[in-house]
Design a binder for this molecule. Structure first.
Ligand SMILES: NC(=O)C1=CN([C@@H]2O[C@H](COP(=O)(O)OP(=O)(O)OC[C@H]3O[C@@H](n4cnc5c(N)ncnc54)[C@H](O)[C@@H]3O)[C@@H](O)[C@H]2O)C=CC1
Ligand SMILES: O=C(O)C(=O)COP(=O)(O)O
Length: 394
């Protein structure tokens, strides 16, 4: 039986894939085998000795202490692309809201309640304060051309915008999916200095933290509109407030409200709704659950942010040994030497690495004793060992 802890509400469509015979799912599980999470902050969380995997039902993993997980041999998954359409649709809405002052206009119209028959007249008199430009023919910069950025860029092309994209690490897949009308920016400054609208779709990390700061606002085209449905930390709020004050930025739409951003007429604060659609929540939950299940049951890794992808068909009658180790010479050699010394025959084997971590799947004939498990665990540089028979032993 595996214990799964949920830290946020995870769609039933995903949870129902975990059979009751094999998995116990609860938001109170102590020392779980795996954690399912959305945006809950896990950065300071202590991890129990059983924890093998964390699955983020979503894209951003800045709420998870990845390095600490890697060090402990805990595999962290996310669900690439599973909520991209949900976010893209809200970005398009944000694009219109940033231009047409719909948000402010609606609030104003509501404030006319109680004015009786005067309302239609007041509407016609007051509406000009909410006018705003059309987006057709304007230039939009898309920073980050991953699952969301590509969809946004392509839809902006369909809406008649001139689209310029910046992503020095674009994947081959994303590049194939991008409209050929999208212009390729060679620097971030090219986007910042030439666009009427800028939308950002990069992960929050040390390299992107505060990427919208006073230096960038200083070169920005006057009156630009900025849409940030990625993470609040990408923007230095104080510098943004100054840029809104002096007219450099005409409107800031963020999915990440903070105290200092509230109550400003030029800021539209959405309460982190990018992925809050039934479709996105289901897609993410199903993907996260399937990935965790495959890892717990078979050691198969797909869509991990800290471990390499690794998949090997299970050999009937074999016992599977999984190890995670420092990516240095002779780690696998030491494991296989222990097996040879104990007369254990290897039926199949696969090793992959990602950055500093190596991951190894070995199927052996027959059983693996606790002594063998302990000897492997004691090899210097081994971060994790698991033995999977029909049911996981260790
Ligand atoms: N508001 C919401 O509810 C949601 C927000 N997000 C946020 O959106 C971000 C992007 O999501 P996806 O498109 O699904 O991720 P993705 O991983 O498919 O795409 C991210 C892209 O950013 C690029 N990138 C990384 N560093 C860059 C840099 N310095 N400059 C330019 N490009 C850079 C990468 O090469 C990649 O192509 C997530 O990391 C998350 O923070 C994602 C889903 C929902
Ligand atoms: O997937 C992401 O990165 C998101 O920001 C979505 O967050 P949520 O799952 O809606 O709490």
């Amino acid at each position: 039986m595996y214990n799964i802890k949920t830290l946020n509400s995870i769609s039933e469509k995903g949870l129902e894939l975990l059979s009751k015979d094999e998995f116990m799912v609860s938001n109170e599980a102590e020392n779980p085998d795996a954690i399912l999470v959305r945006s809950a902050n896990m950065l300071e969380m202590e991890f129990g000795s059983n924890l093998k995997a964390i699955a983020r039902a979503g894209a951003g993993v800045n709420n998870i202490p990845i390095d600490r997980c890697t060090e402990k041999g805990i595999v962290v998954f996310n669900t690439p692309g599973a909520n991209a359409n949900g976010v893209k649709e809200l970005v398009i809405a944000a694009l219109f809201m940033s231009s047409r002052r719909i948000n402010q206009g609606i609030s104003w119209a509501q404030s006319l309640k109680g004015k009786g028959d005067e309302v239609p007249k007041l509407v016609e008199k007051g509406k000009s304060q909410f006018e705003g430009p059309e987006i057709k023919g304007k230039r939009i910069g898309v920073i980050g051309l991953g699952a969301i950025g590509v969809m946004v860029a392509n839809d902006a092309v369909s809406l008649g915008m001139e689209v310029i994209g910046y992503d020095p690490f674009i994947s081959v897949n994303a590049a194939w999916g991008l409209s050929s009308s999208v212009i390729r920016a060679t620097s971030l400054d090219q986007i910042m200095s030439t666009c009427d609208y800028i939308t950002v779709h990069v992960p929050l990390g040390p390299e992107t933290k505060g990427m919208f700061n006073k230096e960038k606002f200083a070169i920005m085209k006057k009156g630009a509109r900025i849409i940030n449905l990625s993470r609040g930390g990408l923007v230095v709020n104080k510098d943004m407030l100054d840029a809104l004050d002096d007219g450099t930025v005409a409107c800031y739409v963020t999915d990440f409200p903070e105290q200092d951003l509230l109550g400003n007429d030029k800021i539209i604060t959405i309460p982190h709704l990018g992925a809050s659609t039934p479709e996105s929540e289901e897609n993410c939950a199903v993907m996260a659950v399937n990935q965790v299940k495959d890892y717990l049951e078979k050691g198969v890794i797909k869509n991990s942010v800290n471990f390499p992808n690794c998949d090997m068909a299970v050999k009937p009658g074999c016992t599977r040994i999984l190890t995670a180790h420092e990516n240095v010479p002779n780690m696998v050699g030491q494991v296989t030497s222990i097996l040879a010394a104990n007369k254990v025959n290897i039926a199949d084997m696969l090793t992959h690495h990602k950055n500093n971590i190596g991951y190894n799947m070995i199927d052996v004939d027959g059983k693996v004793t606790e002594d063998i498990y302990t000897s492997i665990k004691n090899i210097a540089g081994i971060k994790m060992v698991r033995i999977i028979e029909e049911k996981s032993l260790y």
